[in-house]
Design a protein around this ligand. Structure first.
Ligand code: GSH
Length: 219
């Protein structure tokens, strides 16, 4: 049975990276569009799959999984030899991916999420931007990105010279900020800019941004 992806069709956030990983791994899937404006993610049927009532969710032949980063890890492991290898073959290589992924979740994403809330979500809802939060989040992000620039001066990607899930997870929220004019990822350092441009230029990502998430992807 083909894997089912429950998501909105826009390739953003965790849904976007899950669709990206499925494309990189060349895994066919059926998109089940969740109409969040109709609260389809809060129905009893949906909550039985995802008790927090969020997208994305996958159903792989009866195996149900939610949380974007967890979902990405699953096809990367299950289809290790298919499509782009997103995890290294050695235990040490995978440990380095977990190290970089942990920094993404603990240091990078929280600052990006605060900026996203203040600079994207709040203005859209007609709420004022809290400049104190913005300044603080930019300072936090800046500290992380300075270290990234040093790391990326010694290796191509965040977990070594291979493109891995640790790089992929950075696509969850940062591209949206860039589209709102916060271009810190391309201005903070040359190694950082080189890495980020490479990540956002992946063919599967470019196609997803152009076409949205579709059941029958063009890859
Ligand atoms: N940590 C979750 C976040 C998922 C998430 O925030 N999904 C949003 C859409 S991008 C959602 O479903 N929001 C509806 C809600 O929280 O009620 C993940 O990575 O999957």
């Amino acid at each position: 049975m083909v894997l089912k992806l429950y998501a909105a069709p826009i390739a953003r956030g965790s849904s976007g990276v899950v669709a990206f990983v499925l494309a990189e791994k060349q895994i066919p899937f059926e998109l089940i569009v969740v109409d969040m404006s109709a609260n389809d993610h809060k129905t009893a049927e949906f909550l039985a799959m995802h008790p927090f009532g969020q997208v994305p969710v996958i159903n792989d032949d009866g195996f149900i999984l939610y949380e974007g980063r967890a979902i990405c890890r699953y096809p990367a492991e299950k289809y290790a030899d298919q499509g782009t290898p997103l995890l290294p073959p050695t235990l040490e290589g995978r440990a380095l991916v977990e190290q970089a992924a942990s920094i993404e979740y603990a240091n990078f994403y929280p600052a990006i999420a605060k900026l996203g809330m203040e600079l994207v979500a709040n203005p859209r809802r007609g709420l004022p931007v809290n400049q104190v939060v913005v300044t603080q989040a930019l300072a936090e992000l800046s500290t992380t990105l300075d270290v990234y620039d040093t790391i990326l001066g010694k290796q191509k990607f965040l977990a070594g010279d291979q493109f891995t899930l640790a790089d992929v997870f950075h696509l969850i929220a940062a591209p949206r900020l860039a589209s709102e004019g916060v271009d810190i990822l391309t201005t903070k350092g040359p190694n950082l800019a080189r890495w980020w441009n490479e990540v956002i230029s992946r063919l599967a990502w470019v196609r997803l941004q152009a076409e949205g998430i579709k059941s029958t992807p063009s890859w």
